[in-house]
Write a new protein. Structure first.
Length: 157
């Protein structure tokens, strides 16, 4: 599905996404109408994010089971497109990116550092956990995320 161009219904604007989930949520939009929560992400990034959502790592699945359906009081999105990157988990309300780093990240620390700098340019906050932390100490991981959520200013202040 992702390798063939998507055709919009007759008389509709060209559809730029590539993932049925986004098609249902945002209907058919022009590039200029994209919500700002994607920070200019291109079609290929959406397509890659869709595939990553279908193929989460075991650690990502464990964390997603605690983040999905607004269980912590805010909405997180899994494998969320941001500019040229795909965040493991993203909460737009808090501008919070949660990353789960596997073994590959041991050999790409400089890349991860630069990626964090680029994401911070959008005003985003990034928190990282290792696969081991998520798998073996999910309670502490969730508590760390809750601390960030609770420290965020209330929209009513």
């Amino acid at each position: 599905m992702l390798n063939k161009p998507l055709q919009a219904p007759a008389g509709k604007l060209e559809y730029i996404w590539g993932c049925e989930e986004y098609m249902r949520k945002y209907k058919i939009m022009q590039r200029t109408q994209l919500p700002d929560m994607f920070y200019g992400a291109k079609r290929t990034i959406f397509q890659n994010a869709c595939e990553l959502r279908k193929d989460m790592t075991p650690a990502e699945k464990v964390l997603w089971n605690h983040l999905n359906k607004s269980q912590l009081g805010v909405r997180f999105k899994a494998q969320h497109p941001i500019d040229i990157f795909i965040a493991d988990f993203y909460c737009h309300k808090l501008k919070l990116v949660v990353e789960v780093d596997g073994e590959i990240h041991e050999s790409q620390k400089e890349y991860d550092k630069n990626r964090t700098v680029e994401l911070e340019k959008f005003g985003l906050n990034i928190i990282r956990f290792t696969n081991n932390e998520v798998i073996n100490d999910i309670e502490r991981v969730i508590e760390d995320i809750k601390k960030i959520i609770n420290a965020a200013p209330s929209p009513f202040q």
